[in-house]
Ligand binder design. Structure first.
Ligand code: BTN
Length: 278
């Protein structure tokens, strides 16, 4: 098969089917771009409206979390960045990033029936392998978010991965033996994201409690998982829920530590961990 050759986006159809959401009429397709997150941050700074979505056929310099890159070969994955202008304090912005993980999970479940695990903050895994990464980037004053860009990369059609990520990456195709249309995935994703953003926009504290509940149901990583936090100077411990801002708590050597940054990996993982972003 070469399903990916026919797997193009129909932007007009998406714009129409997203009617009633902030994304309708704001979808932009770029056949090739360095990074949709880079573009979205730039467009945001230049006044692009909330709800703008930038979708690429390929990225030549896809950004991952930390200093990782996101391999973004032509036609293989879904590469999209969504621009939001939420009315919230920067301290609450992690909830949007967590909600994006739940939105992708729901979209993938709706389209493929696969129930992904969520590794805090928002990596999506099938088994022990990652098929989706989310990079949320923020432009803020101390008390006010100017704009938030949520960049989502989903491995859809990949049958092979570059060496650095091959031991830990997977795709929807590899997991199911089927080609899933990126159009359907993107539509489902933006519909889910619309629901999550609407909830957070109404009453962030109620939405956060609801998110926490749903995350605990959807993720094996929030509580009771033995993890390695960070790399060389890191530590191991057992996950113990999220704090009031959505940061992961880890019980380690008799004390509760908050994971503010750094990667979280399963301790004593059975497949080699590379630390790479995909
Ligand atoms: C991660 O390291 O897990 C985050 C990966 C995020 C990749 C997506 S692909 C679309 C958007 N544009 C980018 O440059 N990065 C994000």
């Amino acid at each position: 098969m070469n399903g990916r050759l026919r797997d193009e986006y129909d932007v007009d159809d998406l714009n129409e089917r997203l009617s009633g959401t902030a994304f309708a009429g704001h979808l932009h397709y770029l056949p090739s771009i360095d990074s949709t997150n880079r573009l979205a941050m730039q467009e945001a700074a230049e006044g692009a409206p909330a709800g703008s979505v930038y979708v690429a056929g390929q990225q030549t310099m896809g950004r991952g979390r930390g200093r990782h890159i996101w391999h973004s070969a032509p036609g293989e994955g879904l590469y999209a960045s969504v621009l939001l202008r939420p009315h919230l304090a920067p301290a609450d912005s992690l909830w949007f990033s967590l909600a994006a993980g739940l939105a992708v999970r729901q979209a993938v479940l709706n389209v493929t029936s696969l129930a992904a695990d969520i590794r805090w903050p928002n990596d999506l895994l099938l088994g022990r392998r990652k098929f989706c990464g989310i990079l949320a980037e923020l432009n803020a004053e101390v008390t006010r978010v100017r704009h938030l860009v949520i960049g989502i990369g989903i491995n859809v059609h990949q049958e092979h991965f570059p060496e650095d990520v091959a031991p830990t990456a997977t795709s929807l195709r590899l997991e199911t033996g089927r080609a899933w249309p990126r159009q359907d995935l993107l539509l489902a994703l933006l519909q889910s994201l619309h629901r999550e953003a609407t909830g957070l926009g109404q009453d962030p504290s109620i939405a956060a409690a609801d998110l926490l509940h749903r995350l605990e149901q959807a993720s094996t990583w929030i509580r009771g998982k033995r993890v390695q936090v960070g790399e060389e100077e890191g530590y191991t411990g057992t996950t113990a829920g999220l704090d009031e801002c959505g940061f992961l708590l880890v019980e380690s050597a008799g004390r509760l530590r908050t994971v503010l940054s750094g990667s979280v990996r399963e301790a004593e993982a059975k497949i080699p961990e590379t630390g790479a972003g995909q």
